[in-house]
Structures are given as C-alpha cells and as structure tokens.
Design a protein around this ligand. Structure first.
Ligand code: SF4
Length: 466
C-alpha cells in the first residue's frame, strides 16, 4: 500500500461521535462496530482513492495540518485491516453474524392488556437498590421518556452535557437513543448516585424514570390461550436475597400494568419452533412444565439430570456437554483477542465474575458429573429455572428445543461454578453468567448452539445472512 492510492472510507458506514475523543463506526455490511480515535477518523476522511500517502502528506503539510507520512500509512493500514476502506476485498467479506443475536421467537407488542398479568404464586422478589442494574445495560429511551427528564435539575451531575446520546447497541441496527453511561465507572448510568439510588427518582419521582427502569426486572408476556404472564428478567443481582421470603411478585401487577400504558409488553407466537418442528404453544409449554416438575421432584443430581436428558431431550445434553465446555473456553479466549458486540461487553468479562467460571467449563469439557450443591442453592437454581420457563426463556432463541438443551447445559455449568460449598450470592451470579447467552446476552448464544447442533447453528447463520 506504501505507494498506492489510499482507498477512501466506505460510504455506507454509520458514525456516532462521542465526547471522549472517539467516534463509533458501524459497519452495516459486516455487522461490526468499532471505536476509533476522532483524529484518525478525520484523517481518513481525506482518503480519496487517488492520492498516495506521500501525496496526502504533502498536501496536508501545505495546509499546515501536519500529520506524519508514517501516521497516514498506519491509519490507512489499520482501517483497511478492519475493512472500513472501500476495497473489493472489503466487499468480498461475509457478515460477522456472530456479532448479532440469533432472532428471538418473542416479539414486543403494543396490544394493551385487558386483565392483570398473573405471576406464579410462589414467585418472590424485591429491589435492594444496589444499583447493579444501572450498570452496563443500555437504557433505550423514546422522545416522550426523554422529555420527562428536566436536565436543568441535574447540572451538578451533567455539567453542560446532555443525559442522552445516540449509540450503536446492536451491530445490525442503526443508532438508538440511550441514557448516557460513565465508562470509567463500569458503565454506570449518568443518573446513578453514589448511594446506589437514581437521581431522576429522587428529584422527579418514579414516574419520570424511563419505563425500562420503572419496570425492571418485571416482564409481561402475552401467551396464546392463557392470561398474560407477569414474570421476571433473571439478571437482578440480589434475587437470591428475596426468592424465599420476599414479597410476592403478584403484588406488583397493578403498578406494572400502569407502566404498560406507555410501553410495550411481549408476546409469544401461537406456534413455536421446537427441534425444527413448528408445535402449538400449549404443547411446548407442557413439555417445559414437565421439565420443571422433573427438576423439582428429582433435584439437581447427576443421575436426575441424565434421566431428564433421556426423557425430554433424547440425550442431546449429554452428547453436547464436552463440546459445550470446550467451545465456551475457546470462545472466551477468542473474545479476548477480537472486537466484541457493544451491548454488555464481552462474555469473558462476565465469566471472570465467577472464581470458578472457567473451571466450570473445563468440568463440562471433561464430562465430569455435577457435584451436589447445598439445599438452598439447589432450591434457588430450580426456582430460577422455573422463572425462566414461565417467562418463556427458551423463546429468546430461534428454536425453543435447542434453547432448552442450552439452558440445561448452563444449569450444569452453574452447578460446577458454585460447587458443593457454594453460597447463594455466588449462585445468583452463576445463574446470570451461565444463562446469559440463552436469556439476556443472546449475541453470545452462537458457541452454545454450535456445541449442541452444528447443523442447526449453520442453518441459523445462513438465515441471518439472507
Ligand atoms: S435512570 Fe435511574 S433507574 Fe434508570 S438506569 Fe439510570 S440510575 Fe438506574
């Protein structure tokens, strides 16, 4: 490239400037998002496909915009390596489908509820205002939600900056409007105060907060042939503190109903893809009810898990176990070397939250039987699996059958991560981390699906590429 004309930047790229001296660049063709220094991006805007680095250096020098010839060369090579320059090679590349989440079978709906949603009778949860949910999760806001918040009340927090920005959340989606986060504080929301409380809630009241913040972790699901379900997202960091004696979730139904006046709920389609077949919702729901019953009755022993695998999954969990462990270990290592999807950061960062995270995947790779966890940890895991099934967790992926096998593999991994003496807090983190690729961070589902059934994963990729 030394003496060749430097290709220009591709014209299909989308760019979002940040106020930290960088710009985010979304590549809609290859489904990638990069953060690059603003001066490199500005320099690259001079690339025109005609001038060499020497010629560009001479021109910029004469315009007193001294940039070394070496720097021009370096930036050109870096951007060419990540296919942001307009070259035939860039257009020959296949989209990096792994950067996007496989499509869910659940969709959001503005269809209003006519009756109160129903929670499971023994589902219990309460907020501990730990502020953990105000870190890392991007809070997408509508214009109406943005107008609710009066920036003049937060000058001490915001200074002269606005509280919302346009950001790329999914590499396959244009930028969306989100609450600003503090990158140097573990992606804390700009409104999160030192005491773990929300400044908007404190200064303007609960109803001024974005709906996503008001309703978290509640979820309302409209399911075929039944009353709407009130359930929980399972990534709250303190669920282990209230699952036994906390307030019943049903008690939140009325306030959740109020929030749904201005925001969508979710709906499950009448038929569900289950191991490649389209089955009526009720039939799949019954299968998952049976899964929960077998877990509840037989407990989390290696024998009972093997029995469930035979009865419900034709041994798929057992056949995929070693591949799953090995693939997740590779995935974590690969991820540390390459760019990761924007939302939620990298999966390896999640696994590092568990002292025995990688060891759990090694145990799966080596096909080791699960240890027996303490009774309260077992009760917590079985309860969380029940919440996940009632919440149609397996519908978060394109095939609820393979997603259920993935959930069983994740269950074994979380048991290994906690071990025979593990504490409930560790169990909570293990559930969030190991179930993440199936329930919450589905952009990380690809290695799990590959381990379970490579043909299914290949079929999904082809569908995604279309
Ligand atoms: S607005 Fe408040 S509740 Fe919502 S993420 Fe920010 S700090 Fe948390």
């Amino acid at each position: 490239m030394a003496n060749e004309p430097i290709p220009r930047l591709r014209t299909d790229l989308e760019v979002q400037p940040s106020d930290d001296g960088t710009v985010d660049v979304r590549d809609p063709h290859l489904l990638q998002v990069f953060t690059i220094p603003v001066e490199d991006y500005e320099l690259a805007q001079n690339f025109d496909g005609k001038r060499t680095a020497d010629e560009l250096h001479a021109q910029l020098k004469s315009a007193d915009r001294g940039t070394s010839r070496h720097r021009i060369q370096q930036v050109a090579e870096e951007l060419q390596d990540i296919f942001l320059l307009d070259t035939a090679e860039a257009w020959r590349q296949e989209p990096v489908v792994e950067n996007t989440a496989p499509w869910p079978q659940i969709s959001s709906t503005n269809r209003k509820l006519r009756v109160l949603p129903v929670a499971q009778s023994d589902a219990r949860w309460a907020c501990h205002a730990c502020g953990a949910c105000c870190h890392g999760l991007a809070v997408e806001i509508t214009e109406e939600e943005e107008d609710r918040i009066d920036p003049s009340l937060y000058r001490d927090i915001l200074g002269d900056r606005h509280f919302a920005v346009d950001a790329f959340i999914d590499p396959d989606q244009p930028a969306v409007r989100v609450l600003r986060q503090r990158p140097d504080e573990n992606e804390a929301c700009v409104f999160l105060m030192d005491d773990g409380l929300c400044a908007v809630h404190a200064r303007q009241g609960m109803e001024a907060k974005p709906d996503a913040c008001q309703i978290f972790p509640h979820v309302v699901l409209q399911v075929p042939g039944q009353k709407p379900r009130l359930t929980l997202r399972l990534n709250c960091e303190t669920m282990h503190e209230t699952f036994e004696a906390g307030p019943q979730v049903q008690g939140d139904a009325t306030s959740v109903m109020r929030i749904l006046e201005t925001s969508p709920s979710h709906e499950v389609p009448p038929t569900t893809r289950f191991f490649g077949k389209e089955l009526p919702f009720a039939e799949v729901d019954a299968k998952l009810d049976r899964l929960y019953a077998l877990l509840y009755e037989g407990g989390l022993t290696a024998e009972n898990l093997a029995r469930i695998d035979r009865l419900l999954f034709r041994g798929r969990v057992g056949r995929a176990r070693a591949r799953y462990g090995a693939r997740m270990l590779d995935y974590i290592d690969e991820e540390d070397q390459s760019p990761v999807p924007v939302e939620g950061g990298g999966y390896s960062a999640q696994v590092r939250r568990l002292r025995r995270g990688k060891e759990a995947f090694r145990a799966m790779r080596d096909d080791r039987p699960v240890p027996r966890v303490p009774p309260r940890v077992e009760k917590f895991f079985v309860g969380q699996i029940r919440n996940a099934l009632y919440g149609c967790g397996p519908w978060s992926l394109p095939d609820a059958g393979f997603a259920s096998v993935a959930l069983m593999l994740a269950l074994e991994a979380m048991i290994h991560a906690v071990g025979p003496k593990g504490r409930l807090k560790t169990a909570n983190t293990a559930f969030i981390v190991m179930s993440g690729p199936i329930l919450e961070m589905t952009a990380h589902a690809w290695p799990v699906l590959e381990a379970i059934d490579p043909r299914h994963a290949r079929w999904l990729r082809l569908r995604e590429e279309i």
